[in-house]
Design a protein around this ligand. Structure first.
Ligand SMILES: Cc1cc2nc3c(=O)[nH]c(=O)nc-3n(C[C@H](O)[C@H](O)[C@H](O)COP(=O)(O)OP(=O)(O)OC[C@H]3O[C@@H](n4cnc5c(N)ncnc54)[C@H](O)[C@@H]3O)c2cc1C
Ligand code: FES
Ligand code: FES
Length: 1262
């Protein structure tokens, strides 16, 4: 008997191998992707498909073979070509997503050894990566394509418009060039399908035999029965009417695992009763068909049948292409999608519009047919099916000759996201005319169930398809779609607008088709057709004089990439359970501003989770509570220190300028969403109170200190070990220390090892992320665009405690004021930085800390000045740029802007900015509902902490008698390649190959008191320390080497006294900010760059597509161009999330509602610009840092603001056409909702904003 744990808990926790990762537990990230193989009795073949292990109950795998990443290759035996190529193409940074990526690609190749780029895009659509920006992953995998197939990455886009076709091809060209430079195909393993694992013969024999009995799995809390046939299923459903029928488990699974819903008995369907049959009136799909097989069937029908009969299927395909990721579509069934009765699920609106029929059956009443319409659904998650009934099949009719069908959906992210509103629409005309005979319109996402706008449809029957019908339809829709201002899910005006906008698209589409059939309909202005459209890395060359054995400056592969690609790389939660280990689980407060503190310790992960769910909390409320920056300003609730910087004579400047502008901009926060959630294992050693922590920390010395203070133990008895982190981005600097203190307390109190692994939702809730900002500004400028004075106050929401903000604010929190001018030379300037105290969890460091927000406020100021002056933003930028050879920042730090100006000029040139600007203007004139925008920004970003003592690195280099070298340093490897660069440096100085040098882990016992790996300074500090240590060792060896020039390295070191070969070194540049006098060297040096991006928006839905980005970045002389480009691309794509799609929603009560990948969308593959060119500035130098390189971790995030401003330009173009002003508010992120509502038109006018105070909003801007 399996324990209850093993019944519904997924495959993920059963596989005691380390490659299959936990990222979210709800099917939303793909980190747990494995391949399942099953014998398909009907077609006598073996099916291979990917699933999310986290949603795959272990007992449902009876008769199936599972292949995890460990099964396909290993560093100990032989790598699989997929593992090798992702590693060599630099597609693995932190490595946490890598096994999932590998398994998605491996499974694709099992089914199709010569895939197209579209196949790859589809296979990886359900895998998220937070580090790489996806380009190198695609780069590695595209080498499996036939060259003839390679020019087809984004085929939907490429068939839209000619210019996009061109972009697509150019993109592939860039990728080909990249591959050529970054890795070589001549020394990679060929794909040899004959080496693949075979399907186990015993399972084949078992699969061929007809099942002879039902299966029953009994646990202590759960029972799962799988019926042997339909009769058995109906009997079971009669006996246990309340038991859900589980098929794909993609609705039931997340409900049980994430929401804690308990089903004591479930009936699991193994057998595919009815797949798909073509009947005379359409296709009948078995209810248990997966969405992947539905898609294949629809594609086949569209391919093989005349277009007229398959219009409905084409519409279904439109939806299926964007619905979830491949793994989910492989598991989820059509029946489950319908009967989940969730209006956000996409199929019901289309299937209802198509007049589909459900065949349901029960033991008592036999079969009956139910029409799929709004009456099927009686509430959220409820249908009219009787408890003893099961769904057998869905009949999807062929389309009739004069019938037109369309499906629409708009989500927060273009793909792999639940829709906000979806719709299915079908119209039938009297033959040869434009007279409507029948009309079906269904919406999902505008109420708790599917909505049919029956009155509207009825009133339009008999009418001609023309402008009058359109006007009436919109009015009727406005009346019929009821959505209260306080509706669940919020976004009320947007959702209402989408209902009419979708209809307008449908209207246009049908009009166009009628015209093609020579029906006399009103003329369609050409520019209206836009409503219908769906929306080189030249590397630095090292000098010829440099030895080919010297790795510095070469694109070396990430040192652990092979281990990451095979799943052998260990993260903290991969450490096997220790004897007697306990598990700790956090109980979080559900009420803001209440006193409450609790955690639960239990024998297992599952037990701890269940116990924590049962905790009943009594709250002691503290009043009043508030959450927003606005409220904090009202209450004057701020943390100290409050910072101010001032230069020039503000009052005088404001008196003399031509114009003064006052306004504000709001920027939402951002969740780190590192793929590995926070946690640790605390192991008490039993002797002298010693304690070992295996912890996911960017700052192990701080964790050690906090645990020591909490428990009253000296630091010398606490050892923190950090092997690697599955991403961190600033989020694992400080909060992990509190978590460690709790876990260590539990370990010390019980005397047993204790493990703590935050679930994704808890991680998002507890650890918080980037500070939301409000920038209020007053700016004085002259009519020619010269900015003479700027007075800016930055309010950041710090949350409820200062503990984090204090430490971090001293270091970087007020980065926003320091960054405020960046490339702008403004003679009179005042910047104030206030951290608001509210009742939210406290905010923390995140890549660029304060910088991306501070820079964004200044760019917005500039944008507005340009609009007011009637000048292009580029012109205003150039007028106000630092230009002299020697310049001083507003805090009087000397720098030279030369390389910044070079980046700027080169970027505009490489992007063809001026020519494209003209092309865009032309595009906008001829497209009314699609607009494009382009924007370019330069960047100057300070590197290092503004408190000098944090700018230090430490390293210990041991040379052993056998000649091998061990490097230990105080930095943390979290994907940024710090270990690879440290090895390169050590190899360069010691002149031994990198393979003879090893880095084991970061350990407070080896390198004490290390600074955090943060502020883009980790490699600078650690690199310098490694260099210094190695140089000192070499100096000692030198006399002996000179005396014995013919000896080998091993002979040199063996003849020296071993203890001499250990060295710890600390290096640290001096930086210090004098806030009293507004001056000081705040940063060690500046990293420069420039970026240009172009986007296209859909004015009717708010959807946007990133078309092209060009970046020129000054990284000095890169230590490792592959790693640096990886950081630039990864940072940029994270910035795309920050400025466009990542939206955190808080309830009025201050509760975070977006707690997982289902609600919170980080960029996926579909968000990466098809043409994405990153150039490193040639001949750049940096005298201040290791080998003249520059820190690069944080700066690229801000460059994605070009996407935001390009969107703003596109919206402005739409508004200009409607006679509206160019000046309009747009908060960050520029979500689909904000874009749509900013493109004001007749449809948005139908959904006016309700007056404040007359309703309860769903969420608040904190
Ligand atoms: C990460 C993620 C992303 C997703 N994205 C999307 C998306 O973008 N768009 C979208 O539309 N959907 C999306 N989904 C939802 C997914 O499509 C549905 O969960 C899925 O179709 C349900 O099918 P299932 O077989 O997994 O159902 P299960 O979870 O197995 O069952 C769901 C319900 O249906 C009932 N049921 C199923 N089959 C029968 C039957 N034959 N007879 C009687 N009752 C039955 C069950 O009893 C249960 O109540 C997503 C899901 C996840 C996890
Ligand atoms: S852990 Fe399974 S999809 Fe995220
Ligand atoms: S490498 Fe993809 S998440 Fe880190």
């Amino acid at each position: 008997m399996l324990s209850q744990n093993h019944l519904h808990v997924s495959l993920l926790y059963i596989v005691l191998l380390t490659g299959t990762k936990y990222g979210c537990g709800g099917g939303g990230c793909g980190a747990c992707t494995v391949m399942v193989s099953k014998y398909d009795q009907l077609n006598n073949r073996v099916l291979h498909y990917t699933v999310n292990a986290c949603l795959q109950p272990i007992c449902t795998l009876h008769g199936a073979a599972v292949v995890t990443v460990e099964g396909i290759g290993s560093t100990k035996t032989k790598l699989h070509p997929v593992q090798e190529r992702i590693a060599k193409a630099h597609g693995s940074q932190c490595g946490f997503c890598t096994p999932g990526m590998v398994m998605s690609m491996y499974t694709l190749l099992r089914n199709k050894p010569h895939p197209t780029m579209e196949d790859i895009r589809e296979a990886l659509g359900g895998n998220l990566c937070r580090c790489t920006g996806y380009r190198p992953i695609i780069d590695g995998f595209k080498t499996f394509c036939d060259v003839s197939n390679a020019f087809n990455l984004f085929p939907q886009a490429s068939c839209l418009i000619q210019s996009t076709c061109l972009l697509t091809k150019m993109h592939m060209f860039s990728l080909l060039i990249t591959s050529k430079h970054l890795f070589h195909m001549d020394n990679v393993l060929p794909l040899d399908p004959s080496q693949d694992l075979i399907f186990p013969p015993e399972l084949m024999i078992m699969g061929k035999k007809r099942a002879c009995g039902s299966l029953c799995f009994q646990g202590d809390r759960l029972k799962l029965i799988s019926p042997v046939d339909l009769t058995n299923l109906l009997e079971l459903k009669t006996e246990y009417p309340e038991a859900p029928v589980v098929v794909g488990n993609t609705t039931i699974g997340p409900n049980m695992q994430v929401k804690g819903v308990h089903h004591p008995l479930t009936i699991y369907l193994f057998v595919i009763y009815l797949l798909c049959v073509h009947v005379h009136a359409g296709v009948s799909m078995g209810a248990v068909c997966t969405l992947s097989s539905l898609k294949e069937e629809m594609e086949r029908a569209v391919r093989e049948m005349e277009a007229e009969r398959t219009r409905g299927y084409q519409a279904l395909l439109q939806t299926l292409r964007c619905l979830a990721g491949k793994q989910i579509r492989n598991m989820a069934t059509i029946g489950g999608n319908i009967l989940s009765a969730n209006p956000k699920y996409d199929l019901n609106s289309v299937l209802a519009a198509l007049d589909c029929t459900l065949q349901v059956m029960s033991k008592e009443n036999g079969t009956r047919a139910i029409t799929l319409n709004e009456e099927l659904f009686t509430g959220f998650g409820k249908t009219v099916l009787r408890p003893d009934e099961v769904l057998l099949s869905i009949d999807i009719p062929y389309s009739k000759p004069w019938e037109f069908v369309s499906a629409f959906r708009q989500a927060q992210r273009r793909e792999f996201a639940f829709s906000i509103v979806n719709a299915g629409m079908k119209v039938l005309f009297r033959e040869g005319t434009n007279i409507v005979e029948s009309l079906n319109i269904y919406y999902g996402g505008v109420g708790p169930t599917l909505v049919k706008v029956g009155r509207t449809c009825q009133k339009l029957v008999g009418r001609s398809w023309g402008e009058e019908l359109l006007a009436d339809a919109c009015r009727l829709l406005e009346e019929e779609v009821e959505l209260s201002d306080s509706a669940h899910g919020g976004k009320v005006e947007y959702r209402k607008t989408l209902t009419t906008s979708f209809f307008f698209k449908f209207y246009m589409q049908v009009l166009q088709e009628l015209r093609e059939r020579d029906v006399n309909v009103c003329l369609l202005p050409l520019e209206y057709l836009s409503a219908l459209n769906v929306c080189l890395f030249p590397l630095q060359l090292v000098s010829n004089a440099q030895s080919s054995q010297d790795p510095v400056g070469h694109p070396m592969m990430h040192q652990a990439a092979f281990h990451q690609a095979t799943g052998e790389a260990q993260y903290y939660d991969d450490i096997p359970a220790v004897q007697g280990e306990l598990f700790v689980y956090m109980v979080t407060s559900t009420r803001a501003g209440s006193l409450f503190d609790c955690f639960w310790i239990a024998e297992s992960r599952e037990q701890a989770r269940r116990a924590a769910q049962m905790v009943k909390v009594t709250y002691q409320d503290l009043l009043p509570v508030f959450f927003t920056i606005e409220e904090a300003i009202q209450h004057q609730s701020f943390f100290d220190p409050k910072r101010k910087l001032e230069r020039g004579d503000m009052d005088k400047a404001f008196e003399t300028v031509d114009q003064i502008l006052e306004d504000e901009i709001y920027l939402g926060g951002q969740e780190h969403f590192y793929m590995e959630t926070q946690g640790l294992i605390a192991v008490p050693k039993g002797e002298n109170g010693e304690l070992e922590l295996f912890v996911a920390s960017q700052h192990s010395a701080y964790t050690q200190e906090v645990v020591g203070i909490t428990l009253g133990i000296d630091s010398n008895k606490i050892t923190c070990h950090v092997r690697r982190l599955g991403g961190a981005f600033g989020g694992k600097v400080m909060k992990i220390a509190s978590l460690s203190a709790i876990t260590a307390t539990a370990a010390v109190k019980t005397g047993r090892p204790v493990r703590c692994v935050l679930e994704r939702g808890d991680d998002m809730l507890i650890t918080s992320g980037r500070h939301p900002f409000l920038g209020k500004y007053k700016v004085g400028y002259n009519n020619d665009g010269t900015i003479m004075a700027a007075d800016i106050t930055y309010y950041s929401n710090g949350g409820c405690t200062l503990n984090e903000s204090l430490a971090v604010s001293l270091l970087r929190a007020l980065n926003s004021i320091l960054c405020m001018t960046q490339w702008l030379s403004i003679p009179n300037l005042r910047g104030r930085g206030l951290v608001c105290k509210t009742y939210l969890p406290s905010y923390t460091a995140f890549r660029g800390f304060g910088g991306p927000q501070g820079l964004m406020v200044m760019e917005s100021v500039l944008h507005e000045v340009a609009v007011k002056c009637g000048l292009p933003p580029q012109k205003v930028r150039e007028i106000n740029m630092y230009r002299e050879e020697e310049c001083y920042t507003h805090y009087k730090q000397l720098f030279s802007p030369r390389d910044m100006l070079r980046c700027w000029d080169e970027c505009l040139d490489k992007a063809g900015y001026h020519d494209r600007l003209q092309a865009i203007q032309q595009f906008n004139t001829s497209n009314r509902w699609k607009k494009r925008g382009i924007s370019a920004v330069p960047m100057k970003f300070g590197v290092g902490f503004s408190k000098g003592f944090f700018n230090q690195g430490a390293a210990l280099v041991n040379i052993y008698k056998d000649g091998s070298v061990l490097v230990a340093h105080g930095g943390t490897e979290m994907g940024q390649g710090i270990n690879t660069k440290a090895l390169q440096i050590a190899s360069h100085i010691l002149k031994v190959p990198m393979s003879s040098i090893h880095i084991k882990e970061t350990c407070t016992g080896n390198v004490p008191n290390a600074a955090p790996s943060a502020a883009s300074f980790g490699t600078d500090a650690v690199g310098m320390a490694v260099k210094d240590a190695c140089e000192k060792l070499m100096r000692r060896l030198k006399p002996f080497m000179e005396n014995h020039p013919k000896y080998t390295w091993q002979q040199w070191v063996i003849n020296q006294h071993p203890p001499d070969y250990n060295k710890v070194n600390m290096m640290g540049p001096h930086t210090d900010m004098d806030w009293e006098n507004s001056e000081g060297p705040a940063y060690y040096y500046f990293t420069f760059g420039a970026c240009c991006s172009e986007v296209e928006i859909d004015c009717l839905t708010g959807d946007h597509k990133n078309l092209r980005t060009d970046i020129v970045m000054d990284v000095g002389r890169s230590l490792n161009p592959a790693i640096d480009i990886g950081q630039i691309e990864g940072g940029f794509v994270q910035g795309i999330g920050l400025y466009t799609i990542e939206e955190l929603q808080f309830s009025l009560e201050g509760v975070l509602m977006t707690r997982g990948p289902s609600q919170y969308k980080i960029p996926a593959l579909c968000d990466v610009p098809p043409q994405f060119n990153v150039h490193l500035l040639a001949n750049a130098q940096n005298p201040h840092a290791i080998y003249r390189s520059k820190g690069i971790g944080e700066p690229p995030v801000f460059l994605a603001s070009t996407i935001f401003f390009a969107i703003k330009e596109a919206v402005a173009a739409a508004r200009r056409e409607r006679g509206l002003g160019d000046s309009f508010p747009l908060s960050s992120p520029a979500t689909a909702e904000r874009i749509r509502m900013a493109c004001e038109d007749q449809f948005t006018e139908m959904a006016p904003s309700p007056e404040k105070g007359t309703f309860k909003p769903w969420s608040i801007n904190i």
